[in-house]
Design a protein around this ligand. Structure first.
Ligand SMILES: C[S@@+](CC[C@H](N)C(=O)[O-])C[C@H]1O[C@@H](n2cnc3c(N)ncnc32)[C@H](O)[C@@H]1O
Length: 391
């Protein structure tokens, strides 16, 4: 991390969080939801009675740390999490949030993720919104891979170029005129300039960008960052491979499927297909992905009798009612609407999903399984259902 980037995160810990808000809500997201991790990294079959040794690398003000620790504590599963970040101001906020929630078994370290191996090995590493800010991102991928246990996995997020249209020319321009000022002065001056930009500026036209409206830290992180390099999905897969890792999947795999957009796609490998989807959709601001050591990727246990499904943020009864009325499933994500036809008789199966029952019990007959496969294609594709034996 350069001194400039460090100064930014000391002045504007990111994201802006108030520790006392932990009393009223839990912030959740991908990656690093335990059932989602299990689905993509361990074939939905991790033995959660074994403690999860996890690293949150570049943990910032603590979103992933708090989510992971709270979800495991709620499930009464053992864990040992190391939080690592260069910014002391961010660490203080993350510590306070953990304290408000009385979360234990967390070690806070102020240091660089390039030294991650010194604190490992880890079964799981979260690294969200960090690698694209390193002077040499590949060194970061390599360091995380080197801190992973042989059976471990990584959940990460890096910026993607197309959905950030308009950001990079502004970052360059602000950097040119403001780089010698303190972070606080840069922010003040940049906001004045921003207000004078024409409404037709690609940034102002980009409906997908909102962070600059979410407080000073958001504005700074989006528009004043001095080190920010986006990755296409191809760049990401190459960086993972160069670090000895394989891409294991993304939380919303349907976004990376170009087939609804193009007829007669020529033969191409999986990465090229995902790149085609990214280029055609044009909306991705980030890539969230899971990765495992080369040769160890396990597929999600789709349709397997002993797999245990969990819904994400869905009430099984409400969804069953919706499906029983023949309304199918509609998902709005990344600026797009995806619709799935689900047979009304799937409602009975959906109602049985409680995070404990396995498919053998939920969909016992051959015809049930045929119906279930449509539910699975829709909900797993949209990242709304995962297989795990967490409970
Ligand atoms: C954009 S914030 C993301 C914070 C958090 N991961 C999240 O998603 O909410 C980037 C964080 O990475 C940290 N960081 C940057 N380079 C680092 C490095 N080499 N080692 C550890 N932390 C680093 C910064 O201090 C900052 O807190």
């Amino acid at each position: 991390m350069t001194d400039t980037v460090r100064a930014q995160y000391e002045a504007f810990p990111y994201p802006e969080r108030k520790p006392t808000d932990e009393r009223k809500r839990l912030i959740t997201g991908s990656p690093s939801l335990p059932v989602e991790m299990d689905h993509w990294l361990w074939g939905g079959a991790r033995d959660w009675s074994q403690p999860l040794r996890a690293l949150v690398a570049g943990g910032g003000t603590g979103d992933a740390l708090i989510q992971l620790a709270q979800k495991l504590a709620d499930a009464e599963r053992p864990f040992d999490i190391t939080y690592l970040d260069l910014s002391q101001a961010s660490r203080r906020i993350a510590e306070k949030r953990a304290e408000v929630r009385s979360l234990r078994n967390i070690t806070f370290v102020t240091g660089s993720l390039l030294d991650a191996a010194n604190y490992g090995p880890f079964d799981y590493i979260d690294c969200c919104g960090v690698l694209h800010h390193l002077p040499e991102p590949q060194a970061g991928f390599d360091a995380l891979a080197g801190a992973l246990a042989p059976d471990g996995g990584i959940g990460l997020m890096v910026y993607a170029p197309h959905g950030r249209a308009g950001v990079y020319p502004l970052q360059d321009a602000f950097n040119t005129v403001l780089k010698d000022l303190t972070p606080e002065k840069q922010l003040k001056r940049a906001k004045r300039i921003f207000d004078r930009l024409p409404e037709a500026h690609p940034f102002k036209r980009n409906m997908r960008l909102v962070d600059h409206r979410n407080g000073d830290a958001g504005f700074y992180d989006l528009l004043l960052h001095s080190q920010d390099r986006p990755f296409t999905i191809t760049d990401l897969v190459h960086a993972l491979n160069a670090a000895g890792l394989d891409y294991a999947g993304s939380p919303e795999p349907m976004l990376y499927d170009p087939t609804p957009l193009v007829d007669d796609i020529p033969d191409m490998d999986v990465c090229a297909l995902m790149q085609l989807a990214e280029d055609l959709r044009g909306t991705f601001k980030t890539h969230v992905a899971y990765a495992r050591p080369k040769g160890r990727v396990m597929s999600p246990p789709l349709g397997e009798p002993d797999a245990v499904p969990h819904f994400r943020d869905i009430d099984a009864g409400a969804l069953a009612g919706h499906v029983a009325n023949g309304q199918g499933i509609t998902v709005d994500t990344a600026g797009e609407t995806f619709s799935f036809d689900i047979p009304a008789d799937a409602a009975t199966l959906i109602k049985r999903v409680d995070g404990r029952r396995a498919l053998a019990e939920i969909a016992p007959s051959q015809s049930d399984r045929a119906v279930w496969s449509q539910v699975e294609a829709a909900l797993c594709g949209a990242g709304m259902m995962h297989y795990s034996r967490l409970m």
